[in-house]
Design a protein around this ligand. Sequence first.
Ligand SMILES: NC(=O)c1ccc[n+]([C@@H]2O[C@H](COP(=O)([O-])OP(=O)(O)OC[C@H]3O[C@@H](n4cnc5c(N)ncnc54)[C@H](O)[C@@H]3O)[C@@H](O)[C@H]2O)c1
Length: 312
Amino acid sequence: MTTVLLTGGGFIGSQVVRALVERGDKVVVYDVAPDMRRFAGLKEDSLKIVRGDLLDLAYIISTLRENKVEKIVHTAAIGWRAGTHLQPMRTINVNVIGSANIFEAARLTGIKRVVNFSSYWVYGKTQYEPVDEDHPCNPLEGVYNVTKYLAERWGALYYALYGLDVISIRPSAVYGPGQPPGEEPLSILVNAIHGIPTKLPRGRDLRFDPVCVFDVVQGVLKALDVEPDKLEHRVFNIALGKPHTVGEVAEIIKKLIPDAVIEIGPGLVPEWDCATGHISIERARRELGYEPKYQPTEGFKLCIEYEKKGKP
Ligand SMILES: NC(=O)c1ccc[n+]([C@@H]2O[C@H](COP(=O)([O-])OP(=O)(O)OC[C@H]3O[C@@H](n4cnc5c(N)ncnc54)[C@H](O)[C@@H]3O)[C@@H](O)[C@H]2O)c1
C-alpha cells in the first residue's frame, strides 16, 4: 500500500483516485474546490480530502509531511475549458507556479515519484505524423497550452538538477463519465448524453485522438509504478494512438444515441488545430507497458451506461 497525494480531484483526477483506492492505496486529494459528489461510494478510511491551493507551498509541504505521502499525481490546473485566455495571469500562476510548488514540496519532503499531467497541446501545430514525443513543441495557440509546457519543463529541470523522479504524461482529448461540458470537440458526446443539440458551423474534418479516461488512468498507474531503471524517457504521450475525424466521432455517437441532434459543418477549427492527427503511443507501450483498451464505440457506450446508472 502506498500513500499518494493527488492534486485536482476533477474529471480525470477523481477517476485516478477511484482506481488507486480500489487497488488498496491511500489517497490524499488536494483541491482548492473539491466536488464531493465525485468521491461518492469510496471507502472513507482510504481517502482524505484536503481543501488547499496549489499556490500555498507551506500548506502543500505540511500536507505531505502530516500524511507521510510517498508519491504524487499532479492533475490540478486551470483547464482550457475555463477560458484561460481571459485570465492569463491567474492561469500562469496556478498552472506554472502551482506546479513548481508541487515539485519543490516533493523535493523538500523526499517524495519518491511525481506523475505530472501535461497535455498533447504542448506540441502546437502538427509538423509530422505520427506525433511522437520528439516532435517540436511550440504551443502558441493559447495561454493554457504554453503553461502546460512550462510546467512540464520545470518538472524536467527538477529531475535534471535535483534528481526528483518526475514523469510527465501528455494525454490527448480525454472523454469519459463525469466529463464536464464545453471541452470541444468531445462536448458532442456530453451534449448527446444530456439531450442537448450540437450545432457547429465547422470542424467536421478535423482529425484528433479521443482517449477514454480509463485508459488515461491506466497510463497514470503504469507511470506511478514503473521502476526508474526501466525508463529511458520521462515524457509520454497517453492517447488512443488512432486518429478520428470529428465527423466520424459524431457518426458513432449518432448510432449509439439515435435521437441526438448533431450538425457539424465541414472544414477545420483554428483554435483546435494543435497536435491534430495521429499521436504515437509507441514510447508509452515500450517503457510503461501502456495499451489502450477502449475504442470510441466501447468508450462512448461506457459513458452512456454510467450516466444511466448515475455512477460518478
Ligand atoms: N480533459 C482533457 O481532455 C485533458 C487533456 C490533456 C491534459 N489534461 C490535463 O489533465 C489535468 C486534469 O484535467 P481535468 O479535465 O480533470 O480538469 P478539471 O478541471 O476537471 O479538474 C481540475 C481540478 O483542479 C482543481 N484546481 C484548480 N485550480 C486549483 C488550485 N489553484 N489549487 C488546487 N486545485 C485546483 C479544480 O478545483 C479541479 O477539481 C489537467 O492538468 C489538464 O491540463 C486534460
